[in-house]
Design a protein around this ligand. Structure first.
Ligand SMILES: [Zn+2]
Length: 390
């Protein structure tokens, strides 16, 4: 549910600055240990070339003795070779090659440029399906610097951006090993969280990360990291998790927004296209309670989202869930009403996204009112505590 589309126009300008020397990067957080994340960047690569801003070692994860030194600024090319890799005229037999600083504490200051893009931290090259999967090994706070500006415009009120930083950090650490079968923790697309390395880093986002350093959302009772989903705009009220995803969570309960009826949208679908999706003949009637935000009915959820719709046709009727309707017609949300008129079906609704957890536009409204990030997070995630993990 990235807000990237809002400031796509700024990308070209940002990209120019991304290739300036590293001196303009924000000051690194001093301090100790932080978790490392393995983020999948590219797959199926036959050849990988990279360079680094510090002296590094390239070694087989199975044997640290089989290593090649990589000097600062030196461009190194790795090719696949039989059951291993060929690099600088040397053959290294193994499945996984790692690029790291000799002192692990320096990893957070390492910048690796691969395929023309800069990433903080080192690399893993994994033999997979006849090619190499390129994985970024990145300390969690440095990872967030490449995620946060993609998820929320850093120019938004600081307390909203800080809420997003804590939610994104919690999401990343809770979902470690989500891509374990592919050899890494998280992918770099919106499936996990959009991550673009250093290309979109921003001083305001960096400040929000620094001011919430290591802070994550924990369950008040169980003492473990919670799932911290978020979405663009709830339209007026967020939703109980079980009413969208089926699983109840004490942390993901319906919560009212300061404003209702936000982000209105509508979409018309030609009747023949609509009919072709349901095997009920010619559509006669669509049965759905009127939309009222925050009013639960037999076919609407606590927040008023569509639970089910009954489509009545000449050959029978069909019950369709709101989420199926949303994916069938690419609707922004399930908070909608429907109207059959003439040769078309019109959906009219509010909000954008699944409606579970934090609403980003809602967080902005709370921050503009003067709420701090702790208050905002406690509104959208219930029965939680904010814990400094490192
Ligand atoms: Zn993913």
């Amino acid at each position: 549910m990235s807000l990237r589309s809002i400031f796509v126009a700024g990308v070209a300008v940002v990209a120019v600055f991304a290739f300036l020397p590293f001196a303009c990067a924000a000051e690194n957080q001093k301090g100790g240990w932080q978790p490392e994340l393995r983020v999948g960047l590219f797959s199926g690569q036959k050849t990988v070339s990279f360079h680094v801003n510090k002296d590094c070692d390239l070694s087989l994860s199975s044997s640290k003795k089989s290593k090649v030194s990589v000097g600062k600024g030196e461009t190194v090319t790795v090719n696949l070779s039989g059951k291993g890799f060929q690099v600088k005229g040397k053959n290294l037999s193994g499945e996984l090659l790692e690029l790291r600083t000799p002192d692990p504490r320096d990893l957070k200051d390492l910048v690796t440029t691969v395929n023309g893009k800069q990433y903080r931290g080192g690399l893993q090259l994994l033999q997979r399906g006849g090619g190499m999967t390129v994985i970024n090994i990145v300390p969690s706070e440095q990872y967030l610097r490449g995620v946060l500006p993609e998820e929320m415009p850093p120019s938004w009120p600081k307390e909203a951006v800080k809420s997003q930083a804590v939610a994104a950090r919690t999401f990343a650490l809770k979902n470690r090993k989500r891509h374990e079968s592919e050899g890494y923790d998280l992918c770099s697309t919106t499936h996990c969280q959009l991550y673009t390395g250093m290309a979109e880093e921003d001083p305001d986002a960096d400040a929000a990360i620094k001011e919430t350093y290591g802070e994550v959302l924990f369950s008040k009772s169980g003492g473990s990291l919670i799932d911290a989903p978020f979405h663009t705009d709830s339209g007026g009220m967020t939703e109980n998790s079980e009413e969208v995803w089926g699983n109840p969570s004490p942390h993901l309960r319906a919560a009212k927004e300061l404003q209702t009826g936000t982000q209105p949208w509508s979409k018309s679908v030609p009747l023949d296209v609509f009919q072709s999706k349901f095997d009920v003949g010619s559509i006669k009637k669509i049965e759905l309670s009127p939309l009222e935000i925050g009013k639960k009915t037999k076919d609407r959820t606590t927040s008023g989202r569509v639970k089910t719709v009954c489509i009545v046709g000449s050959k029978g009727s069909k019950i369709v869930s709101g989420t199926d309707m949303r994916s069938l017609f690419g609707l922004k949300s399930t908070l909608f009403s429907m109207k059959l008129s003439g040769k078309q079906v019109t959906f009219s609704g509010f909000g954008w996204g699944h409606g579970i957890g934090m609403s980003q536009w809602g967080a902005k409204a709370f921050a503009e009112r003067g709420d701090d990030y702790k208050k905002i997070l406690a509104h959208y995630y219930q029965n939680i505590m904010i814990k400094k993990l490192y």
